[in-house]
Design a protein around this ligand. Structure first.
Ligand SMILES: Nc1ncnc2c1ncn2[C@@H]1O[C@H](COP(=O)(O)OP(=O)(O)O)[C@@H](O)[C@H]1O
Ligand SMILES: [Mg+2]
Length: 318
């Protein structure tokens, strides 16, 4: 029987979901796309089970594509599949910690991965102190859990930064004041890591005066031969976050590459177009490797040969 893959996605028509669906089917998986928010999980004395419209979801592997806005509701579903013993790429803990920019920054810093100097400000009156810690204005003010560049601002003055911090605190957000990496204004490097290797890379360049280089804000993407040092940092960042599949964003600063963020559901459209690499297939190849390992007979349970039994007998006798 074909192995069964579930892609958890709210958008079956999205480029990335479709590409993974196609490549997985081509590799012999039976694939279903399920909306994570429409699934029901039941916890009882036998453990956890996931149901779709009343039917148990039986599968061998899950690829979660959990959007930023549903992290809190999506991660427990992902973890339910983990508890059922299914292969999950990426696991829930990795998704959670990489989503929180403050948490991610701290974890990477602890592992010696270079990151921009970042302050989490608890009160707007501390903004000036935070700015001076991160090297003065202009500085970047951002929300800890944003995406597509929507919660990221360049503050040119302390007054602007204070206002941004104040507004975020008022909305119960945790504002970050971050060192502005002027050398990479409007640009960043996306390294796409699968199974501990960079499989594709691109440079993203913002249009016009925009300082954010998000693909969703219309940035241009171009192929990049990524330097070994950048690759090494990107792989270490993905590993630190515990992610099999990661889009690692790097800023090229005068003191070397800094990891800006690690995305656990990186889009495939920009990277496949820019690099010419079939990234979806790389993901499925990685899944196949894990699946084959799981299916391989366990050596330790093999029946010993006659020779092995005799050898053991001999060594015991002496
Ligand atoms: N500290 C910074 N210095 C320079 N540019 C930055 C900085 N932080 C963010 N940017 C720019 O803004 C973009 C979006 O920031 P990011 O923190 O990745 O937020 P999001 O999660 O919304 O993508 C980055 O890709 C980069 O181009
Ligand atoms: Mg980003």
């Amino acid at each position: 029987m074909e192995p069964r893959l579930v892609i958890l996605s709210r958008g079956p028509e999205l480029y990335s979901t479709k590409r993974m669906f196609e490549e997985a089917e081509a590799a012999g998986w039976s694939v279903q796309i399920l909306d994570p928010l429409k699934l029901t999980t039941v916890v009882d004395n036998n453990g956890v089970k996931v149901f779709n419209k009343g039917w148990p979801v039986d599968c061998d592997a899950v690829i979660p594509r959990i959007g930023n806005s549903i992290t809190g509701r999506g991660v427990p579903i992902v973890k339910a599949f983990e508890r059922m013993g299914v292969i999950v790429l990426n696991e829930g803990d990795g998704i959670s910690s990489s989503r929180d920019k403050l948490m991610a920054c701290q974890m990477m810093n602890e592992r010696g991965i270079p990151v921009p100097i970042t302050a989490n400000v608890g009160t707007w009156q501390d903004t000036r102190r935070a700015i001076s810690r991160v090297g003065g204005t202009p500085c970047v003010v951002k929300v800890t859990e944003g995406t597509h560049g929507s919660g990221v601002f360049l503050a040119h003055t302390e007054q602007q930064a204070r206002q941004l911090v104040y507004q975020m605190l008022e909305r119960n957000m945790r504002p970050l004041v971050q060192e502005y990496i002027e050398e990479s204004h409007g640009q960043d490097v996306r390294a796409f890591v699968v199974g501990g290797k960079v499989v594709a890379a691109m440079r993203r360049k913002a249009r016009g005066g925009e300082f954010r280089s998000n693909f969703h804000l219309g940035a241009k993407v171009e192929k990049l031969e990524i330097p070994d040092k950048h690759s090494e940092i990107a792989c270490k960042a993905a590993e630190t976050m515990g992610l099999d599949i990661a889009g690692v964003d790097l800023l090229e600063s005068s003191r070397g590459a800094l990891v800006l963020e690690v995305n656990s559901s990186p889009g495939l459209e920009g990277i496949e177009a820019a690099s010419g690499v079939n990234v979806a297939s790389k993901i499925i190849q990685h899944l196949n490797r894990i699946w084959e390992q799981k299916m391989a007979p366990d050596d330790s349970s093999e029946v010993p040969t006659e020779q092995e039994v005799n050898d053991e007998g001999t060594s015991e006798a002496y």
